[in-house]
Design a protein around this ligand. Structure first.
Ligand code: NAP
Length: 483
């Protein structure tokens, strides 16, 4: 078998420029369903010669590219050394009659289990296939690529193809095929890891569960709080029905609260991590698990913050379209006329509103930049300094702008008794708590005594180590350091 493996089955360039010099390598496919069809199209397009093994070739031949040969299963296995098994796991055993023809060949398992199957079987589909065909080499590959992506080509979908097998040579051969088909092979290790590879397409937005629950939790809390203050209080104390505010107005006062708090929660774990490193005097001790997870979820939390802020902007644009707003305006105008007031202009309110809106637009603009820069295609084009400038410096500027936006919204309301409905403080005062803590902490970390120590720790200095370590700038200030 190892002798067989030494033969170069697939060359790096499957089709030579002069086709008369080199024949296209032949690849076999067992099964003639959706996946087999897309695979055949891509393989033919990539310069391979394809032979499809079907139980009923007459029925399915018309669905395949004309250059692919569709024949009976036994016949299809005669030539090719690489066979794709495009059949569901429950039908693997029906292929056992082909064991002799398959002996010594590379079987590529492309199957995906259902969620239920994945829980039910402890052994992966690929390991099961290997146990049925012990004389073959099984490689797990292509299961994360949908039939649609295969057909449309890698430009329209995921490019990475995780591969695992116990036979390095077989893995190399399939990796070359993956490359030739325009995808990117990712070596995942031995076949024992096939279960993990098979779990990949079953995942539903990994990394988003906790941030989404956090955003929803914050939304519910702030919504209930705003409902009590803006709807329930006027109803109970003055018998005024403000329930019409529930779909737009209360949602619009809730969204910026969630966006603002989420944004501050993006920067809080960084501050906590810095404080821990300062207290421990080293960066070589692991953070507690909860902090580690929090740090890893900052991107998702930031994107949810952007989503809420964008929705807030949209809702705010819609506010003047509401009937209630028009009635309020007309009623105000009538009141003005009845009171014989011709000119309504409060200079302070005008300025407050101008500054408030401008800060809001600037904050949303900066947050949009952060969101765009977190997209993998953009993030990958930035070097580390550029990325950290955008996400750390610009992010902090965004937090400060949002804080100023909130402060100009609140203005003097925090000090006016009438705004404490049911003794509950105005919502904006609650939202300011975490962001102000983050801004103050970031300010403290800028103090030279702390920032220098933190910079040294992050470059490997340790409090209890006997190694002397100085930043170049420290050499002028201090001669030795007790580390
Ligand atoms: P499908 O359309 O139902 O095709 C399955 C094929 O299996 C049939 O066309 C049949 O071809 C063949 N087969 C062989 N023995 C069989 C038996 N005893 N009973 C029934 N069918 C038998 O399914 P598919 O969507 O192509 O999926 C095939 C494999 O690819 C599955 O393991 C799936 O998990 C995997 N996959 C599919 C996708 C996708 O997007 N569709 C993506 C990733 C992975 P003949 O009648 O010609 O023998």
């Amino acid at each position: 078998m190892s002798g067989e493996m030494e033969k170069p089955l697939i060359s790096h360039h499957p089709v030579e420029s002069d086709s008369s010099l080199a024949e296209a390598p032949t690849v076999g496919i067992l099964g003639s369903g959706d996946f087999a069809r897309s695979l055949a199209i891509r393989l033919v397009g990539s310069g391979f010669s394809v032979v499809v093994g079907s139980r009923n070739p007459k029925r399915t031949a018309g669905l395949f590219p004309s250059s692919a040969r569709v024949t009976f299963q036994e016949e299809a296995l005669n030539g090719p050394q690489v066979i794709f098994v495009a059949v569901f796991r429950e039908h693997y055993s029906s292929l056992c009659g082909l064991s002799d023809q398959l002996a010594g060949k590379i079987l590529v398992d492309v199957s995906n289990p259902t969620e239920q199957d994945h829980l039910q079987h402890r052994e992966s589909n690929a390991e099961y296939l290997a146990s049925l065909f012990p004389t073959c080499t099984v490689v797990k590959a292509f299961n994360v690529i949908s039939a649609w992506t295969l057909q449309a080509g890698p430009r329209d979908g995921n490019k990475q193809v995780p591969i695992c097998s116990d036979q390095p040579e077989a893995k190399r051969i399939i990796s070359e095929m993956v490359h030739a088909m325009g995808f990117m092979p990712v070596d995942m290790g031995s076949l024992a890891l096939a279960r993990e590879v098979e779990a990949m397409p079953l995942r539903l937005l990994p990394g988003w569960k906790v941030p989404t629950l956090l955003a929803l939790g914050l939304f519910v809390c702030f919504y209930v709080y705003n409902f009590i203050r803006d709807v329930l209080q006027p109803y109970i104390q003055n018998r005024k029905s403000k329930f019409y505010k529930l779909p737009v107005s209360v949602v619009n006062t809730t969204l910026p609260c969630v966006a603002f708090v989420l944004l501050s929660l993006v920067y809080l774990p960084g501050v906590l991590a810095a404080a821990l490193q300062l207290q421990r005097g080293t960066k070589y001790r692991r953070f507690p698990d909860w902090l580690d997870h929090w740090l890893q979820h900052r991107k998702q939390i930031g994107l949810l913050s952007f989503f809420c802020a964008a929705m807030h902007a949209l809702y705010s644009f819609c506010l003047p379209l509401r009937r209630s707003h028009r009635y309020d305006l007309v009623n105000l105008a009538v009141k003005q006329v009845l009171a014989n007031k011709s000119h309504l202009w409060v200079e302070e309110e005008v300025w407050r509103m101008e500054i408030y809106l401008s800060l809001g637009v600037l904050a949303l603009g900066t947050l949009s930049l952060l969101a765009v820069a977190s997209l993998p295609s953009i993030a990958n084009s930035l070097n580390w300094r550029e990325f950290s400038f955008v996400q750390s410096t610009l992010g902090f500027v965004c937090l400060v702008l949002s804080t100023l936006h909130t402060l100009t919204y609140g203005w003097t309301r925090a000090f006016e008794e009438s705004y404490y409905k049911f003794y509950l403080p105005p919502t904006f005062t609650l939202t300011l708590l975490v962001p102000c803590v983050v801004i103050l902490a970031r300010g403290l970390l800028l103090l030279p005594c702390l920032s220098r120590r933190l910079a040294r720790i992050r470059r490997g200095w340790e409090k209890d180590s006997a190694v002397k370590f100085l930043l170049p700038s420290d050499l002028l200030v201090e001669k030795t350091s007790h580390v």
